[in-house]
Design a protein around this ligand. Structure first.
Ligand code: GDP
Ligand code: MN
Length: 390
């Protein structure tokens, strides 16, 4: 789960990471008021979208009056910001963040992430931070410093201080940067983050250290442990469908085809998507149901597929085994299909535990499904039902 910049800053501030004073705004007049409330003589107006590269794309504007703050916000709000990281469609700007601007003397790059090859939290830092970090990192890889944290030991103060000095800092800015690293580490581990990236961590003309931009990602699978983040799903630029699916513990990703797919297991689901392609069709979605899914969760998933008017046929592939039973899947299908007024072809391929019971359940419930005898047959029947590629 991605947090917005303003959410990440609020979170890190509570851990003692220094950030400029700022206020989030959803309208141009709110933005002008925010600048007036913050005070000072210059502000930065920043588009809140889940993508970097905003500065180069016109999503970060320096303004010198509260009126100009309102105008800059008005120009961004409601538009789709296209940056190097958003893809051609861009991302809709629903909010802007207004911050007091500061005079930046140096821009540092500082990130905490999980080094998956080591299985450890590690910090990356560079004295050449800012908007050109990708280019400078490529041109000068020696200028990227790395600090790997042993979870049994935690951060070692001398190593943290050494990292600050590697960035060419000394005195108060070095101490402040070391403190920021400690604070980021605590925030990272306590929030189950997978990334906290501060770029730039600015050193101001007066030697103050401030996080000017933060990108923060929380591990989706840990969000349930953090009610403070869970409530942010709706703002996380996640589609309404994905939020609905999450509510029923289904993994769902919307796609462009017209065959609504439900499969037990993510690997099998990927195989089914490939097979549909090979047979000349396209899936409308990816949907993986967990082995412990209840019939009500299955029914909720089928309802979602039926509610998508682009879906012209359903394909359910379930491999019973372990705790997963085909008859549970069948009951879920029956519940959703019996209550719907939308009757579209449904192809079902069951295998493994309670296959016969599942098929019997669907027949007894008089739900008109077509059974397939193997995976290839299932894919062919689904593609035939929609008449090939839509
Ligand atoms: P990004 O382009 O999405 O990474 O957005 P950033 O928040 O990093 O903003 C882009 C650039 O704007 C930063 O790299 C800074 O150079 C600059 N910037 C952001 N806030 C301030 C500020 O308060 N003062 C000054 N002088 N520059 C700022
Ligand atoms: Mn940045």
């Amino acid at each position: 789960m991605n947090l917005h910049e303003y959410q990440a800053k609020e979170f890190l501030k509570a851990y003692g990471v220094p950030v400029p004073p700022g206020i989030v705004a959803a309208t141009d007049s709110e933005a002008a008021d925010a600048a007036a409330t913050l005070g000072g003589s210059s502000w930065v107006v920043k588009a809140q979208v889940h993508a970097g590269g905003r500065g180069r794309a016109g999503g970060v504007k320096l303004v010198k009056s509260s009126t100009a703050a309102g105008e800059a916000a008005g120009a961004m709000l409601g538009t789709r910001l296209v940056t190097a990281q958003t893809g051609a469609q861009g991302k809709e700007v629903k909010r802007v963040y207004i911050e007091q601007a500061c005079d930046v003397a140096r821009e540092i790059y500082l990130a905490a992430m999980i080094d998956r090859s080591l299985g450890r939290v590690s910090f990356l830092a560079s004295s050449e931070g800012g908007e050109n970090i990708e280019e400078t990192a490529q041109a000068n890889p020696d200028n990227i410093h790395k600090l790997v944290v042993d979870p049994n030991v935690g951060l070692v103060p001398t190593e943290v201080q050494a990292m600050a000095e590697d960035l060419g800092l000394s005195g108060a800015p070095a101490t402040a940067t070391a403190k920021a690293i400690e604070a980021v580490y605590k925030a990272f581990t306590e929030s189950d983050a997978s990334l906290i990236e501060i770029n730039p961590l600015a050193v101001t003309d007066t030697g103050e250290v401030l996080a000017l931009d933060v990108k923060m990602v929380i591990d989706d699978n840990a969000v349930f442990r953090h009610p403070e983040f869970e409530k942010l799903w709706d703002e996380a630029e996640v589609s309404a469908d994905e939020i609905e699916a999450r509510r029923h513990e289904l993994n769902y990703v919307h796609m462009d085809g017209n065959i609504g797919v439900m499969v037990s297991g993510a690997g099998l689901a990927l195989g089914v998507l490939d097979l549909l392609k090979a047979k000349g069709g396209d899936a409308a979605n990816f949907m993986d149901v967990r082995p412990v899914a209840t019939r009500d969760q299955i029914a909720a998933g089928i309802r979602m597929l039926l509610a998508d008017t682009k879906v012209k046929a359903l394909l359910v592939v379930a491999m019973g085994g372990g705790v997963l039973r085909c008859d549970t899947i069948a009951e879920g299908i029956a519940i959703a299909c019996k209550e719907t007024t939308r009757h579209i072809p449904a192809i079902v391929r069951f295998a493994g535990t309670a296959k016969e019971l599942g098929e019997l359940a669907l027949q007894n419930q008089a739900v008109g499904v077509t059974f397939a005898h193997d995976l290839a047959d299932a894919a062919e029947k689904a593609v035939a039902a929609v008449g090939g590629r839509g």
